[in-house]
Design a binder for this molecule. Structure first.
Ligand SMILES: Cc1ncc(COP(=O)(O)O)c(C=O)c1O
Length: 391
């Protein structure tokens, strides 16, 4: 039958990374494509222990419908937890538990944007944001990343030119570039948001995954009057399949987002929320992060040194202080995109950088993830890549 799909989805292609997942089932494949936490960092035993305990002590609470805004003990513990990035003075009315940070972004777009609205994003940005924007028929416009992830002059210029509904920024170890905003840039973003009265989404799933340098306060910590919406997630610090994240915002925004969430999934799974609450209140989340940091640091170092040793001299890359990604660029214009098929045929996968640019540019760039391969696979995979790009 000829289905009459909605205008919204007619021309949508799948999220590039979700599509790549289909080729990754090949056992020989070395994947630098996804953004998955290391398998050895997933805390199965603790999840089981907390789930057993919760289902024994609070069986009805765990299995009955709960509040859309989230399991109250988690809203409270999560708010305490984010005070470590300077998010202070907020109450449970400012908090919405979301089914992964991704849902927070989706609900923000749904809450604020009409078809045809413009949103500003880093160029390049997290590609799922471009995908979400397309599902709402929005127009994402990129602003320059500069050295640390946001060029404030270009951001201001683009706000004046495009009057965006929202600005979306990943402040720490950005996906895809691995860049982290300097303190002055964070303050400047708030000044610009206040000057033009624009709402900024600060999406921070990676901030705790810092294995070099010092932690920095969030952009939200400089926000005086509700211009910044902070979203974080436990996908990279506990486990992504739990699907638990947090949004902190002015209560008027939280209320609207909660109304939209009611229509989407009613609530985030209570058992998953309560497990996350246990991780936070017992300090297990921090113990898990402390165990994972040396693993990520080592993998990042192995990938960085392998890239330096084997890739052609025209290949330059970022050196992240945390997170899961390295961003590479061919200064001679070599197209990473054009070589992607050949790479997959040679059993190594990456994500072609153009998928992260609002305007589809960036053929000469690529994102490399190092967290989910073993150290041996990282070296072998980089050698395979280098053999292709040296041809
Ligand atoms: C920048 C960024 N934001 C949000 C997400 C979504 O994470 P979650 O699993 O919490 O939905 C990711 C996941 O990779 C990400 O990289």
């Amino acid at each position: 039958m000829e289905y009459q799909f909605a205008e919204r989805v007619k021309n949508l292609s799948g999220n590039a990374i979700r599509e790549i997942f289909k080729v990754l089932s090949d056992k020989e494949m070395i994947s630098f494509a996804g953004g998955m936490p290391a398998a050895e960092c997933l805390p199965a035993a603790k999840v089981k222990e907390f789930a057993d305990e919760l289902l024994t002590t609070l069986p009805v609470k765990m299995l009955q419908y709960g509040e859309t805004e989230g399991y109250m003990p988690l809203r409270e513990s999560f708010l305490k937890y984010v005070s470590n990035v300077g998010i202070k003075g907020y109450t449970a009315d400012n908090a919405l538990i979301v089914s992964g940070g991704q849902q927070g972004i989706d609900l923000m777009f749904k809450t604020f944007c009409e078809k045809g609205d413009k949103i500003l994003v880093q160029n390049p940005t997290y590609l799922a944001v471009l995908h979400i924007a397309r599902t709402y028929q929005l127009q994402p416009v990129g602003f320059d990343c500069g050295e640390d992830g946001v060029d404030p002059d270009d951001l201001e210029r683009k706000i004046r030119e495009h009057h965006p509904k929202l600005v979306y920024i990943v402040p720490n170890f950005s996906n895809p570039t691995g860049k982290t905003l300097r303190l002055e840039t964070r303050k400047k973003i708030v000044e610009i948001a206040e000057k033009y009265d624009v709402v900024v989404i600060e999406d921070d799933p990676y901030g705790r995954i810092r294995y070099a340098g010092e932690h920095l306060p969030s952009i939200k910590s400089f926000d005086q009057d509700g211009h910044v919406v902070y979203i974080t997630s436990t996908s990279k610090t506990i486990a992504p399949a739990l699907r638990v994240g947090l949004t902190v915002a002015d209560e008027k925004i939280i209320r609207k987002m909660a109304i939209c969430k009611q229509a989407v999934d009613v609530q985030t799974v209570t058992l998953a929320q309560a497990i996350v609450e246990k991780f936070i209140s017992t300090g297990e989340i921090d113990k898990g992060i402390a165990r994972s940091l040396p693993i990520y640091k080592k993998k990042a170092e192995i990938m960085l040194s392998s890239l330096d040793e084997y890739m052609p001299s025209s290949f330059v890359h970022t050196v992240p202080e945390g997170g899961l990604f390295i961003w590479g660029e061919f200064t001679d214009g070599t197209s990473a995109k054009a070589k992607f098929r050949e790479a997959v045929e040679n059993k190594v996968a990456f994500v072609s950088g153009n998928d992260f640019f609002a305007d589809g540019s960036g053929d000469n760039t690529m994102r490399l993830n190092f967290s989910n391969a073993t150290p041996e696979q990282i070296v072998t995979g980089v050698k395979r890549l280098a053999a292709i790009f040296r041809k």
